[in-house]
Ligand binder design. Sequence first.
Ligand code: DO4
Ligand code: MG
Length: 278
Amino acid sequence: MHIFKTNDKVIVKYAGLLYSSPDWDWDSFINREALHREVLNDIQSITTDPLLANDLENIIAPIGNQEIWASGVTYMRSKDARMEESKDAGGGDFYARVYSAKRPELFFKSSAYRAVGPGGTVRIRKDSEWNVPEPELVLFICSAGTIEGYMIGNDMSSRDIEGENPLYLPQAKSYDGAAAVGPCLYAPAEPISPDTEIQIEIWRGDVKVFADAILISRMKRTHQELAHYLFMEMSFPTGAYLMTGTGIVPPDSFTLSYGDVINITIGSIGTLTSGVGK
Ligand code: DO4
Ligand code: MG
């Protein structure tokens, strides 16, 4: 089941059919335990509307009053790349330690108004010269702390700023247009399969300048463990989104350019496409 947001509607796509009701408000609609079962119940009492296909042309980021948080150094590739980029600053050891520590790295990524939806434009900071997208599976955790859904995320990162000093992480990671999310909230009946693959392609005009893929089973930590730490001492009245970390980092010679197009695909969820701008 896929839940889409437009400026004035919440739209559910289930078994190829589309449903919507004027009573549905995004925050209260998604913030429910057993979300898949609850939505199945909701759509039983309404008729499907094929004309909603037109509204799907105008989807926006599937987010209301939820904050977007992020996890770091959850894949070996992220640990290795960060140790390399920060070695001159003496920061390498922190990444090795957090990779194997009991407590994960969690950081605030974006408020909803700063995030970019499907088909939007992510930004490169003007004071940075080395930038990459981080394609990540994003968890939706309802206010009760249970994982109820998933979306695709891009945790845009300024590698030169982060590499200069790990204490610059919030500036390397959080700025206008640094988080892309979408294209929908995927609320399956069962937790997402460990065989799920995250794929990325970066296009510069007609040229594919980077492509890679990784299975989410390569992650060092469990989704429950990340959600548990996020909710341990913080409440989220309308639930929260949590990026689970990247397992894909382009080679050090690569940096994004204005005009690039980034496609991130997770089979069961869809594709999140973003342009890159100033
Ligand atoms: O430690 C810095 C951030 C790590 C991160 O964003 C990731 O591993 O995805
Ligand atoms: Mg990341």
